[in-house]
Design a protein around this ligand. Structure first.
Ligand code: PLP
Length: 383
């Protein structure tokens, strides 16, 4: 039979507690989620600021659909680039303090498009070991020489850079690491890249909107400018609560990517109504500091409570809190025990995280209350 070998691999996955399955939710994102008709407390979404179902964002999306219809009709370079996309790009450039910004349909596509456009086989790419899968895949797909350095280890990176005689060197890092929640040593990375004549690209999927002044992200929080971090990329489906991604940088960088990034050129533009919704979301990110203050205060409350209960969390200055349990079966059992108490927390297993570091990845949102955090703590105490 065709695909028998795939069935065998799936069976093996199941035995290793690595089988992945989807959960079907009903209704919008929020502090509570309805799953199989049952309301659950949600501690696994990336909607850190509570914007995914914000009335102003929803209203802008509806107006966008009235103004532009649903489909964008074509790629940006054909006839799919609308005034809504263009205005959002201008606002993102201004917000991130760079000359230009360029929208991509997803963060995965942005990373793939940017890195493969910037590098070829005469070049070299250097990546933190815990970078997101899309950055690792993008580096591999570029054909450039590929080096990974130990997590956050700038000295190890410096050594790799010194040893390299590549024409162009690109250093890639998550701004906030997606599964650990810690922030990359961005200032040190920038200094190292300047010494070594390498370009630094930061993927700020989990920092954009959440960290820095007015939510301008981890690079702004570190006080770094467009010279020090010439390629700033972030996603718009997490803190911004909508969908899509962008890269911000110099005029030359953006014009080059418009011409050369294959996942930009050869794909349909995102629906303009999403861009309209994102413009509303960006205004809220900018003006509502209380959302950042609240989500960080909730994460701090959780860390203090978890410490009192004797739980060891990974270091984190973000709404992402990781409780390492080690083996896969343990992580799944913990997640299931929380579910039995009406709490949704996902178990994250290899290969998403390194072997032996299966974990509960707990995330907070400005939509949560202190009382809900306490509920999570008392549920954790029972398991
Ligand atoms: C989620 C994520 C992406 C992918 O973004 P999508 O828009 O979901 O495709 C890229 N990089 C990091 C660090 C992420 O966490």
């Amino acid at each position: 039979m065709p695909f028998d070998h795939l069935a065998a691999r799936l069976k093996q996955r199941r035995q290793q507690h690595l089988y992945r399955q989807r959960r079907t939710t009903q209704g919008p994102q929020g502090a509570e989620l309805v799953v199989d008709g049952r309301a659950l407390l949600n501690f696994c979404s990336n909607d850190y600021l509570g914007l995914a179902n914000h009335p102003e964002v929803v209203a802008a999306f509806k107006r966008g659909a009235d103004d532009y219809g649903v489909g964008s009709g074509a790629a940006h370079l054909i006839c799919g680039h609308s005034t809504a996309h263009h205005a959002l790009e201008d606002e993102l450039a201004e917000f991130t303090g760079r000359q230009r910004a360029l929208l991509f349909s997803t963060g995965f596509m942005a990373n793939l498009g940017i890195v493969t456009a910037l590098l070829d086989k005469n070049d070299a790419v250097f990546e933190d070991r815990l970078n997101h899968a899309s950055l690792l895949d993008a580096g591999l797909a570029s054909g450039a020489r590929f080096k990974r350095y130990a997590h956050g280890d700038v000295a190890a990176l410096e050594k790799h850079l010194t040893d390299s005689d590549a024409e162009n060197k690109l250093v890639l890092t998550d701004g906030v690491f997606s599964m650990d929640g810690d922030v990359a040593p961005l200032a040190k990375l920038a200094t190292c890249c300047a010494h070594q004549n390498a370009w630094l690209m930061v993927d700020d999927a989990h920092g954009f909107g959440v960290l820095g002044p007015q939510g301008r992200g981890s690079v702004a929080a570190a006080g770094l400018d467009a010279q020090q971090v010439p390629v700033y990329m972030a996603t718009l489906g997490k803190g911004a609560g909508v969908f899509g991604a962008f890269v911000a940088g110099s005029e030359t960088l953006i014009e080059y990517l418009i011409n050369e990034a294959r996942s930009y050129v050869y794909t349909t533009a995102m629906p303009p109504a999403l861009a309209a919704a994102l413009r509303a979301s960006l205004r809220l990110i900018h003006s509502e500091q209380w959302r950042r203050d609240k989500v960080m205060a909730l994460a701090a409350r959780f860390r203090a409570g978890a410490g009192q209960l004797g739980f060891q969390l990974l270091p984190s200055d973000s709404p992402i809190q990781a409780l390492i349990l080690g083996d896969e079966a343990r992580a799944i059992a913990a997640s299931e025990k929380l579910l039995a108490q009406g709490i949704l927390v996902s178990a994250i297993r290899p290969p998403t995280v390194p072997k032996g570091t299966a974990r509960l990845r707990i995330t907070f949102s400005a939509e949560h209350s202190e009382q809900q955090v306490d509920q999570l703590l008392s549920a954790l105490e029972k398991i």
